[in-house]
Design a protein around this ligand. Structure first.
Ligand code: RB5
Length: 149
């Protein structure tokens, strides 16, 4: 499994912990930046990771900004992206099991690196349950397909 990572200057504090969570599970990662704490615009990194997932160059993605909010809003503008903003382990589990989230978004000013490690490990080790949840995701896809993109 390959995981694409993207963050802004507000999320970069979580990057090392997120990489450790991925590699400790034996998965690979693709770092889409940012690489320094200089101020950048989070939509640019949401775009890079969303496109990696859309193009199937990555199986899933992890985004990080200050709150996790802006970068998740940006990622969810891309067709087929289901980006979940995560602030606890239960959400990390449910977004995989019920929502089949293909990206999660974390906040570097909200969660600690230790928490981020646990969120990513739970997210990546939880399977989508399918069944009635797939029917609901199909309804989301129908909404998406009814919009002009
Ligand atoms: C950047 O200062 C900050 O606005 C950004 O990281 C994020 O929190 C936006 O949602």
């Amino acid at each position: 499994m390959k995981i694409a990572l993207g963050c802004d200057h507000g999320g970069i504090v979580l990057k090392e912990a997120v990489i450790n969570a991925i590699t400790d599970l034996g998965y690979e990662y693709i770092d889409c930046g940012t690489m320094t704490s200089d101020s950048v615009d989070y939509p640019d990194f949401a775009t890079k990771v969303a496109k990696m997932v859309q193009d199937k160059k990555a199986d899933k993605g992890v985004l990080m900004c200050g709150t996790g909010i802006g970068i998740s809003i940006a990622a969810n503008k891309y067709k087929g992206i289901r980006c979940a903003h995560i602030t606890d382990v239960f959400q990390a589990e449910m977004c995989a099991e019920h929502n089949n989230a293909n990206i999660i978004a974390l906040g570097g000013r909200v969660s600690s690196p230790e928490e981020a490690y646990l969120f990513v490990q739970k997210y990546l080790s939880t399977q989508f349950a399918g069944g009635r949840h797939q029917l609901r995701l199909d309804k989301i896809t129908n909404i998406e397909n009814s919009q002009f993109k």
